[in-house]
Write a protein that binds this ligand. Structure first.
Ligand SMILES: CC(C)(COP(=O)(O)OP(=O)(O)OC[C@H]1O[C@@H](n2cnc3c(N)ncnc32)[C@H](O)[C@@H]1OP(=O)(O)O)[C@@H](O)C(=O)NCCC(=O)NCCS
Length: 201
C-alpha cells in the first residue's frame, strides 16, 4: 500500500479546471491520535488563546505578538485564499478523542530559479507540548506535501535554541543546511537561525 493511502480518509486531488496547484481537500488526514483538517472560522477563539502565549509565538519568525482574535480570523481567511491560489496549505492538528484543536501545520510554497519548493511551519499550544503530537502530525503532512502537492524539496527555518523543533525535524528526516545570524527586530534583534532541508530520495 502507498504510504499516503495509509493516512488519507478522503481523496485529495488537483481540481479539474482549477489553477494547477489548487488542491481539493475537504476531508482530513487521520493518524492514531490526531486528525489534520482544514481550518474554519469557529477555530479562531482557540487559536487566539493558544497563540497569544508568548512562549509559543516567540519561537516562530512571523506570528504577531500580541495576538488578537482579529489576527486569528485573518490567519484563517488568508489560509483559505492561499489554498485556492496554491501559495500556502494550512491544516489544524486536532485530537481525535475530544476534537480539541492542538495547533497548526502549514507549508508555504515558493519558486526560485524556476523550481518550486516548500517551507514548513507549525506550532502547538503549550499545554500539548512533549506528548509527541507534532511528531505524529509531521510524518503524514510530509507525505501530503510530496504526494499531493508534488514538492521535492521542503525547507524549515528554526531558531538555534529551539531544541524541541530541531529534534522534531531531524527525527522526521530533515538535515541541517546552514546556520546564519538574522536581524529580526520583532524577535529581539540578532538571532541565530538554522536552515534545514528534507529532500525526496
Ligand atoms: C516545537 C513544537 C511544535 C514541538 O511540539 P511537540 O508536540 O511538543 O513535539 P513532540 O512532543 O513531538 O516532540 C518533538 C521532540 O522535541 C522534544 N522536546 C519536546 N519538548 C522539549 C523541550 N522543551 N526541550 C527539548 N526537547 C523537547 C521531544 O522529546 C521530541 O524529541 P525526540 O523525538 O527526540 O524525543 C512546540 O514545542 C511548539 O509549538 N513550540 C513553539 C512554536 C514553535 O517552536 N514552532 C516551530 C517554529 S520552527
Amino acid at each position: 500500500m502507498e504510504k499516503a493511502e495509509k493516512y488519507w480518509s478522503v481523496k485529495a486531488a488537483a481540481q479539474p479546471g482549477a489553477a494547477p496547484r489548487a488542491i481539493a481537500f475537504s476531508g482530513a488526514i487521520n493518524t492514531d491520535r490526531l486528525r489534520l483538517r482544514r481550518l474554519g472560522e469557529s477555530d479562531a477563539h482557540t487559536i487566539t488563546r493558544l497563540v497569544s502565549d508568548w512562549e509559543v509565538s516567540k519561537q516562530t519568525i512571523s506570528i504577531a505578538n500580541p495576538y488578537t482574535l482579529n489576527e486569528a480570523h485573518k490567519f484563517i481567511r488568508n489560509g483559505e485564499t492561499d489554498w485556492q491560489d496554491g501559495t500556502q496549505y494550512v491544516l489544524c492538528i486536532e485530537r481525535r478523542t475530544d476534537n480539541c484543536l492542538i495547533g497548526t501545520i502549514s507549508i508555504q510554497i515558493y519558486r526560485k530559479w524556476g523550481r518550486r519548493y516548500g517551507e514548513i511551519g507549525y506550532w502547538a499550544g503549550r499545554e500539548y507540548w512533549g506528548k509527541g503530537y507534532t511528531g505524529e502530525a509531521i510524518e503524514p503532512f510530509l507525505v501530503f506535501c510530496r504526494s499531493t502537492l508534488g514538492l521535492k524539496t521542503i525547507d524549515a527555518k528554526v531558531f538555534a535554541e529551539n531544541e524541541a523543533s530541531l529534534r522534531l525535524l531531524k527525527r522526521a528526516g530533515f538535515r541541517e543546511v546552514t546556520r546564519k545570524t538574522e536581524h529580526l527586530p520583532h524577535r529581539g534583534g540578532r538571532r541565530k537561525v538554522v536552515h534545514l532541508r528534507h529532500k525526496s530520495k
